[in-house]
Design a protein around this ligand. Structure first.
Ligand SMILES: Cc1cc2nc3c(=O)[nH]c(=O)nc-3n(C[C@H](O)[C@H](O)[C@H](O)COP(=O)(O)O)c2cc1C
Length: 373
């Protein structure tokens, strides 16, 4: 029944709330001997953290990672790794007037319906602060993937009506993504997105958008028939992130209007290996990776907390209204990409280690010399 763990062979368990003492991740199934320290975790936490630019929430948190276990003399020991990040800027009085009212678009009502108990200090366990633990766990997954030549990058492709389609998703670099606080790699689109976000904030409103994720260098052969397909695990990983309302990979919903003769990716030989001429399948066939880049997209809803009066109902079942005070992201997309990357890395690292355990000959053929972790 509990739902705070994710993954099989490489598995994380998270704990923590938005206004509690802190957030923690326990990573189990980590191969021994991997160099790992706080310096590997901090860059991604810094990319996720609030207060990083004028476009995001101004809650100030250092989000400093502390490794509590599972690492000795700079290397993983193979035992569970616990990483703690303390909350600093809790300011829970911002939320005291909403303790009896359900905020529209939030999980207040559904948590109350399930547990009959409410931690009204912010979003509690449903808050995106929980994703700190995922990002910390994802940093180790990324490190293992990097040693296998696998790279995961996410960027903002849409804010409201401003859309940027990457001509070649595999060519998008982290440096391009990080060059602008919106995390859109195209400078013109990034400026338009930033202007739209500022405008919505000045109108006490918010705006939705979409992010792309591309994983390149993934060998053909990762994924478990039938319930643990990579596409199924990625969909679950993405939809478990707060505010994600849609997931599509490859041509996605466009497949509904395509002909088979247009959609089929024809097999070809290139550089002595089997490839496909196009990548409509988004790097996964039968839920198993094909060796082509894994490409998918997530839709993210507009921020629910608005500094304007909205109708609602209180715990006593009376109609009332609410104005959500506090500091909020006017658009969730700029902080979404590091979280999406972390969840993607966790899925791929888990499947890589599962493949190594079940199909050692294929793994060693892909990584001559017996693997790198
Ligand atoms: C990076 C990120 C930041 C978020 N920040 C806020 C915020 O400042 N205010 C808010 O109302 N919701 C925020 N959310 C979304 C809520 O956590 C989420 O909508 C809420 O928990 C309900 O969950 P659901 O949208 O998945 O149904 C954020 C989500 C993400 C991914």
């Amino acid at each position: 029944m509990p739902g705070s763990s994710f993954g099989h062979t490489f598995r994380i368990t998270t704990a923590g709330e938005s206004h509690g003492v802190g957030n923690v991740v326990i990573i189990d199934g980590v191969p021994p001997g991997i160099p790992f320290s706080e310096d590997d975790v901090q860059p991604d936490l810094d990319r996720r953290r609030p207060g990083q630019s004028a476009l995001v929430t101004q809650r100030q948190e250092a989000d400093k990672a502390q490794i509590l276990s599972g690492v000795f003399e700079g290397k993983t020991t193979g035992t569970p790794i616990a990483i703690l990040v303390l909350n600093e800027d809790q300011r829970s009085k911002d939320y005291s007037d909403i303790s009896e009212k359900y905020r529209p678009g939030h999980a207040d009502y559904t948590f109350d319906a399930k547990f009959g108990f409410r931690d009204y200090r912010g979003g509690g366990r449903s808050s995106v602060r929980e994703s700190i633990a995922r990002v910390a766990g994802g940093s180790l997954a990324k490190k293992i993937l990097t040693s296998h030549g696998i790279r995961v990058v996410s960027w903002v492709s849409q804010v409201g009506s401003v859309i940027w389609d990457a001509p070649d998703p595999e060519a998008v670099t982290l440096e391009q993504v990080e060059a602008h606080p919106t995390r859109c790699p195209d400078p013109d689109s990034a400026e338009k997105m930033a202007a739209l976000i500022k405008q919505l904030r000045s109108e006490a409103d918010s705006i939705g958008g979409a992010a792309m994720i591309c994983a390149s260098g993934v060998p053909a052969g990762l994924g478990e028939p039938v319930f643990d397909k990579v596409k199924a695990d990625l969909a679950k990983a993405m939809l478990s992130i707060p505010a994600v309302t849609g997931f599509e990979y490859g041509v996605g919903f466009r497949a509904a209007s395509m002909r088979g003769s247009d959609n089929n990716d024809l097999f070809i030989r290139k550089d002595g290996a089997t490839h496909t001429a196009t990548n409509n399948h988004g790097g996964m066939l039968g839920g198993i990776t094909s060796g082509e880049p894994i490409v998918f997209r997530c839709a993210v809803k507009p921020t629910s907390s608005l500094a304007r009066e909205q109708a609602t109902v209180n715990r006593a079942g009376e109609e009332t209204s609410i104005l959500t005070r506090g500091r909020h992201d006017p658009c969730l997309l700029p902080r979404f990409s590091p979280i999406a990357e972390a969840m993607t890395a966790l899925v791929l690292c888990d499947h890589l280690l599962r493949w190594r355990a079940q199909c050692p000959a294929q793994y060693q053929a892909a990584y001559p010399g017996g693997g790198r972790c």
